[in-house]
Design a binder for this molecule. Sequence first.
Ligand code: FES
Length: 107
Amino acid sequence: MGDDDFVASVKECELGEGHMKAVRVKGRAVLLVRQGGEVFGLSNCCPHIGCSFERGILRGYTVMCPCHGWKFDVRNGQYEENKAICLVSYRCKILNGKIHVEIKNDV
Ligand code: FES
C-alpha cells in the first residue's frame, strides 16, 4: 500500500463539516463524510437493497439510510444492529486542497 493507491476526488471545500457527498472514484460509488474534522469514505451502496446514502441523515458518526433506516458508523462502516454487516471503508486524506480516496485494486 502506498500513496499511489490514493485517488483525487472533489475539492476539500466541497465537503463541509457535518455533511456528506456522493462521488465516484475509479468507478466505485463512494460516500464522503466529514465529521469531527476528519473525512471518512464508505461504500455508497446500502447492503440491504442497495440505496445510496447521500440523502440519508447524518447524526454524529451515524448515517441513516434514507430507504429503510439502517444505521451505520461512518468511522468503520459497521451496521448498528449487526456488526457482521459492514460497508467497505476507504481511507481518505487531504492533499493539495483535494480529498483523496484510497482505492486498492483488490477491494
Ligand atoms: S436499502 Fe438501506 S435500509 Fe433498505
